[in-house]
Design a protein around this ligand. Structure first.
Ligand code: I3P
Length: 109
């Protein structure tokens, strides 16, 4: 699955709150491949190698939990992703349908 997702980092590894200055929203082109959610700056191109930044932004979604971010009301169509190393991300999808589809696909991994 792939598509545009806008990310906010809420907690870093071990659940520590992401500090101010790194809590902003950032738009990515997301690709879910195997157990990894790749977050790339540009649209996915099959024959292009991932940059160092792309690799740093990639999130392992094995044993992660995706839910609707019902406690976050500033934006719509936002899902919350908790990873197995206790990071927390919010991802805004372009529509409710897309948000539900991402939640379903991430939780299948
Ligand atoms: C954050 C940025 C986010 C905001 C966050 C700020 O600043 O303005 O948009 O979250 O508020 O800390 P920075 O880019 O300097 O990290 P919201 O859009 O959800 O308000 P927060 O600290 O209350 O999460």
């Amino acid at each position: 699955k792939h598509g545009v997702l806008t990310r906010k980092s809420h907690a870093d590894m071990d659940g520590k709150r992401t500090p101010r200055g790194r809590r902003g929203w950032k738009k990515f082109y997301a690709v879910l491949k195997g157990m990894i959610l790749y977050l790339q700056k540009d649209e996915y191109k099959p024959d292009k190698d991932l940059s160092e930044v792309d690799l740093k932004n990639a999130v392992r979604v094995h044993h992660a939990l995706a839910t609707q971010a019902t406690d976050y009301s500033k934006r719509s169509n936002v899902l919350k992703l908790k990873t197995s190393d206790w990071r927390v991300f919010l991802f805004q999808a372009p529509s409710e349908e897309e948000m539900l589809s991402w939640i379903f696909r991430i939780n299948l991994v």
